[in-house]
Write a protein that binds this ligand. Structure first.
Ligand SMILES: Nc1ncnc2c1ncn2[C@@H]1O[C@H](COP(=O)(O)OP(=O)(O)O)[C@@H](O)[C@H]1O
Ligand SMILES: [Mg+2]
Length: 620
């Protein structure tokens, strides 16, 4: 027995257990996605500076214009001339602001959208690569919202930092530079102090109220997950008449959301009021200094207009700084969640030197396998058996004895704890998962279908299959006639998770799609358990025909369906307690013989009571 060093780690159950990254780390993760378009990014930055230069230039030209029209008290007779140069410059600068801004947006649109697309696709692929264990522990509703928010956050973050924060900083620098070089030191001091106060106040208050927003988001996700779960279980809710109970549970979530949202709004008002106060004070002080300057004759009217225009221009983006800082924080939080999903380790990963699986006959061997889903509870104990190429092995046993687990292990949804599984001598851990899963077809115990047409669901076994192939598969699975009888035929929609089809119909669709896949190894996991005895017999003959040339594992609930298997394994509490053929097991008079007698007696009883529809309960 070979022990692999990479036996499964203790599973991490949710994204929040991934290490929290800092905001700078999140930004660093984002950066390479943008740097793909290095030249576009650099050009866009050039445009940004250009737009701001033009923007700051407008009030300066305006000042020239006004000054040229002001009649100087020393030469009252001097003729006024039309300041043509200044007028043209004014027009050009105004247009340039818009031109550079739009050019920048144009250059950057592709960069942003490509980053969003790349990240979304990467996360999607990654989620499919994560283990079944991860998915069973996560609620899909909450996760899809995390992804949706996260990808949206990428776009917002880029536009907020690159198109708001950065331009504002450039503008502040230019304005301060102009004020310092042209005017009384007070102007730059007032502006600078006001800016620092404003920014610190904004950041301080926003940080304080961020946790209200986070709580709000979390509660929002939770309420949403609850609602989705409740609606998915629509039938169950009805069976138990628990609509009120469900509504109450949902409302509990909503209530907590409500109070968090109110707190969030109150603190927002506080922030806005404080910001206005700081700005109003600064602008008034500046105007006071300027007016005084004009009175003292140290400044012209043009200067007064210029300083005022600067303040108003700075005031506009600053007014949004609070919102933008909040949005950036929020985007960072959302993006952090998205990247945390990417940080989830793949529990089942291809070995670096994984080879494609090569099948010739497809012998399946379980070699002293121990397995547990959770370390506290072992499910399989020393399971050891071989399925000879092209033969059928049946696995029987009580519900919960570990039968379906065998098929999950063969698909390598989980790693075994000890021992190993081979196909034609190749250990599952040494081959690529892709080729492994191509080689195996399963008709699972609970078939779930995509919310699409019947045709789509059958064709899923082999994307690109022709209509003829699909119909042939449906015929082989004895469902063609049924589909044909539907008003919409193959174009019939099956409903979410296939709910519009009965259990038996769903299983037959699953059989058809597996037939289409045409794998070397077949698994039927209680594939006919949802069918009544008659339908089961009809399809059983077909399944046998299909299984003839293939290595097949049949997990059976009704023993009569596996009596002619070459090998029967009796599983009890995760151990193989008996093995052999039907005859030898009956002769051994053990657990199998008991189960057989019980089922025979039950079948006789049903034949007496209702000969036409002896329906077996669906077992799990
Ligand atoms: N994802 C899981 N996590 C933890 N325990 C599981 C999981 N799936 C199945 N089990 C447990 O493993 C045991 C065997 O399950 P399974 O192989 O599905 O039984 P069956 O023989 O009915 O097909 C059951 O007791 C079940 O509760
Ligand atoms: Mg099962």
């Amino acid at each position: 027995m070979r022990r692999y060093p990479n036996s499964p780690p203790e599973p991490s159950n949710n994204a929040s257990s991934a290490p929290q990254r800092s905001d700078t780390a999140t930004l660093k993760t984002l950066f390479p996605y943008l740097w793909v378009y290095k030249w576009r990014v650099l050009l866009a930055l050039g445009c940004l500076v250009g737009a701001k230069l033009a923007n700051v230039g407008v009030p300066v030209v305006m000042k020239r214009l006004i000054d040229s029209l002001t009649i100087s008290p020393t030469h009252p007779q001097a003729l006024l001339v039309l300041p043509l140069g200044a007028l043209v410059a004014y027009g050009v600068l105004r247009v340039s602001t818009t031109f550079f801004t739009e050019l920048r947006e144009f250059l950057f649109a592709r960069v942003t959208q490509r980053a969003v697309r790349t990240i979304a696709l990467q996360v999607f692929r990654h989620l499919h690569a994560l283990s079944l264990r991860f998915h069973l522990n996560r609620q899909t509703g909450g996760m899809t919202r995390d992804i949706e928010r996260g990808t949206r956050a990428v776009g917002s973050l880029i536009s907020y930092t690159l198109f708001n924060i950065l331009p504002t900083l450039v503008e502040i620098t230019l304005v301060l530079g102009y004020l310092v070089t042209h005017y009384d030191i007070w102007f730059s001091v007032i502006t600078f102090v006001a800016l620092v106060t404003y920014i610190s106040f904004t950041i301080f208050i926003t940080d304080w109220r961020t946790h209200f927003r986070r709580t709000m988001n979390e509660l929002d996700s939770k309420a949403n997950t609850k609602a989705i779960d409740s609606l998915i279980n629509y039938e169950t809710v009805k069976y138990f008449g628990n609509e009120d109970y469900e509504a109450k549970r949902y409302d509990e979530g909503l209530q907590r959301y409500e109070s968090a949202a109110v707190k969030s709004q109150t603190s927002l008002s506080l922030l806005n009021t404080g910001q206005s106060l700081i700005i109003a004070t600064a602008v008034t002080l500046i105007l006071w200094r300027a007016t005084q300057g004009v009175i003292d004759g140290k400044m012209t009217l043009g200067d007064l207009v210029l300083v005022n225009a600067f303040m108003i221009q700075l005031y506009i983006p600053l007014n949004f700084l609070g919102v933008i800082y909040r949005e950036i924080k929020q985007s960072l939080a959302d993006m952090e969640k998205l990247f945390a999903l990417l940080d989830q380790n793949r529990e089942v990963a291809d070995a670096p030197d994984a080879q494609p699986l090569l099948t010739h006959g497809a012998q399946v061997r379980f070699n002293h396998v121990d397995f547990s889903y959770e370390s506290k509870r072992q499910i399989l104990f020393d399971v050891d058996f071989t399925i000879a190429p092209g033969t059928t092995t049946a696995v029987v046993g009580h519900s919960g004895s570990g039968k379906s687990t065998l098929s999950r292990l063969l698909f390598r949804f989980y790693e075994v704890n000890a021992g190993g599984i081979t196909i034609d001598g190749q250990d599952l851990r040494s081959v690529t998962q892709d080729t492994l899963r191509h080689a195996i077809g399963i008709v699972p115990q609970d078939t779930v279908l995509f919310n699409d047409t019947i045709e789509y669901n059958i064709a899923y076994g082999q994307p690109g299959a022709t209509k003829e192939q699909i119909v042939a598969a449906a015929r082989a699975a004895s469902i063609h006639d049924f589909i044909d009888s539907l008003p919409d035929g193959y174009a019939t929609m099956v409903g979410e998770r296939g709910l519009k089809l009965s259990g038996g119909e769903k299983q037959r669709v699953a059989i058809a799609r597996t037939l289409l896949k045409n794998p070397a190894i077949l698994i039927f996991d209680e594939a006919t358990s949802a069918l009544d005895s008659k339908a089961e017999q009809a399809i059983q003959a077909q399944l046998k025909e299909i299984a003839k040339s293939r290595t097949t594992m049949v997990i059976a609930h009704r023993l009569s369906t596996v009596a002619d298997a070459q090998q029967i394994l009796v599983l009890d509490h995760g151990r193989i307690v008996e093995r052999g053929t039907h005859q030898s097991l009956l002769a051994a008079d053990g657990l199998y013989a008991q189960m057989w007698q019980r089922q025979q007696a039950k079948a006789d009883e049903e034949l007496v009571s209702s000969p036409d529809d002896a329906v077996d309960a669906v077992s799990n």
